[in-house]
Design a protein around this ligand. Structure first.
Ligand code: SF4
Length: 331
């Protein structure tokens, strides 16, 4: 069954593969590991549609790992602004510098796994796609496809990895890995899987059950804690006072509006002109935007007309937009 499944999957990939700027055409030489690594880091928690234009801009500016390793932290963080999950950007910088020191990306999953910000999935994906190594890249898409194929309700990670290894065809690890990713993203979707056009339906136990969507069983969601914070809008002569967040912690090293710590209780001076609600992975936040006359803390004046180039992450960009809109209405 497994060889047959791999052959069907590969043919479906050859016929339907998504052309993406970090990929090679099926059957051709593997893509540049730098591009594979960068795309995989960008794709963690961000959609393909959002990543493509940002990836193109990134590689136009820094076409290889040496160029990225030599760039200034602020420039990289600013180019990353809006992609979210900023710990990824900080690890990206550390990883680029480590690879530049090594001279090249390592070519095995075990060695790649030692690089900053490169976990089990990313190391396996780079090893398989860029170096053709037999490695099981298991993300949520692949986990879902395999769980459904084998009719597993609560599969363990090792069960999924074993099943992927069993299917991996000799000499086609890269195409197979990308084929699994594509099938999970476009056909075997979390809701309403398109079994009617799936090349694997004849082999799929979840399909045979009549209720494929119920595999694997949904995980219990944990309640997210809620926090509160204040961001100050300090404006003078067409400029706004910006600051840089501490390197450690949420949005570390990013440009920001000055403000309070984020706490479990509403801060005292929340005489706000409005509130931005933002959901992070582990908590949600109400950021109250407060007008202030004098600059606070270390920072710099930035032209409001050039706010797009300030490298503000989405949370602070939304807070800035809120302040600007409220002021327009008040004028
Ligand atoms: Fe997923 Fe349906 Fe294909 Fe099974 S037949 S792998 S459930 S899309």
């Amino acid at each position: 069954m497994t060889a047959n499944v791999a052959a069907l999957l590969l043919q479906h990939y050859v016929d339907n593969f998504r052309r993406l700027p970090w990929r090679s055409t099926p059957g051709e030489s593997p893509p540049d590991p730098y591009r594979v690594w960068l795309s995989e880091v960008m794709l963690q928690q961000t959609t393909v549609a959002a990543v493509v234009p940002r990836f193109d801009r990134f590689v136009a500016r820094w076409p290889n790992v040496q160029a990225l390793a030599g760039a200034r932290d602020e420039d990289i963080l600013s180019e990353w602004a809006g992609l979210g999950y900023y710990a990824r950007a900080r690890n990206l910088i550390l990883c680029a510098r480590q690879v530049a020191r090594l001279g090249a990306f390592p070519d095995t999953a075990a060695e790649l796994r030692k690089l900053p910000g490169v976990g089990d999935y990313t190391s396996a994906a780079i090893a398989a796609i860029a170096f053709g190594q037999r490695a099981a890249a298991v993300d949520t898409n692949v986990q879902r496809v395999v769980a459904r194929l084998h009719g597993l309700r609560e599969p363990s990670r090792s069960q999924i990895e074993t099943a992927v290894f069993d299917m991996l065809p000799e000499g086609r690890a890269g195409d197979f890995t990308q084929a699994m990713m594509d099938l999970g993203a476009t056909v075997c979707r979390p809701r309403a899987p398109a079994c009617g056009v799936c090349p694997l339906s004849q082999h799929c136990l979840a399909f045979r059950s009549g209720d494929p969507q119920s595999f694997p069983a949904p995980k219990q969601r944990r309640e997210r804690p809620h926090r509160y914070g204040v961001a100050y809008w300090v404006e003078r002569d067409g400029q706004v006072w910006l600051t840089r967040r501490p390197n450690k912690g949420m949005l570390g090293g990013m440009s920001a509006l000055p403000g309070s710590e984020w706490t479990v209780a509403l801060p005292g001076d929340a005489n706000a002109i409005g509130t931005v609600r933002h959901v992070f992975t582990h908590f949600s936040l109400d950021l109250h935007v407060v007008l202030k006359l004098e600059p606070t803390g270390e920072g710099w004046w930035h032209l409001i007309s050039e706010l797009d180039r300030a490298g503000l992450p989405t949370l602070y960009r939304r807070a800035a937009d809120l302040a600007l809109t409220r002021q327009q209405h008040a004028a």
